[in-house]
Design a protein around this ligand. Structure first.
Ligand code: HEC
Length: 156
């Protein structure tokens, strides 16, 4: 009798424990140290997922690359304004450190490990990428380039 009751109660009693465990997983992942693969939380991952989906509309096999993103971010691809040849012209060489606008106004670091609110708002990211790709490349970045840039920045 006792065992039958216990057997019936046991699964229900386990559910809260299982939920606590499940809830703890994303929180732990979001607190990854800067040296880890990614410092990104759920909001940054959602921004990346949307960019990847956009890129896959043109190329179904597309996989984002933080390395390609780094190359684009630190390079001087040409085609833009002479006084802002690179993303680093304003944001500095290291996304974990800040930069300066052309007018000398400080720009906070883009790295989520330093500024957790960075790249959490898809509309903001879209607006600034449109503006800044025009500055640096003289054109809109492709969906693939944007996904690579976001993959790089949220890994910082
Ligand atoms: C002419 C200066 C300038 C250049 C060049 C520039 N940026 Fe920016 N960027 C800014 C400013 C100013 C902001 C808005 C202020 C802020 O967010 O601190 C900004 C904001 C952003 C944001 C929004 C971050 C967020 O919190 O969501 C992203 C992403 C970004 N830039 C990426 C880039 C990339 C990638 C490049 C190169 C293609 C680039 N920027 C080149 C000045 C620049």
């Amino acid at each position: 009798m006792t065992t039958r009751v216990a057997r019936r109660l046991a699964p229900a009693a386990l559910i809260p424990a299982a939920l606590v465990l499940l809830a703890a997983v994303p929180v732990a992942a979001g607190r990854a140290a800067p040296a880890d693969v990614t410092a990104a939380g759920p909001a940054q991952r959602a921004v990346l997922a949307a960019q990847v989906e956009a890129a896959r509309a043109a190329d179904p096999g597309f996989t984002p690359s933080a390395e390609r993103g780094r190359t684009l971010f630190t390079g001087s691809p040409g085609g833009g304004k002479p006084d802002s040849p690179s993303c680093t012209s304003c944001h500095g060489d290291d996304p974990r450190q800040g930069g300066h606008s052309r007018a000398g106004k400080p720009i906070a670091p883009l790295a989520p490990s330093v500024v957790p609110a960075r790249l959490t708002d898809a509309a903001d990211v879209a607006k600034w990428l449109r503006r800044n790709c025009a500055e640096v490349l003289g054109r809109d970045c492709t969906a693939a380039e944007k996904a690579d840039l976001v993959a790089f920045l949220i890994s910082q």
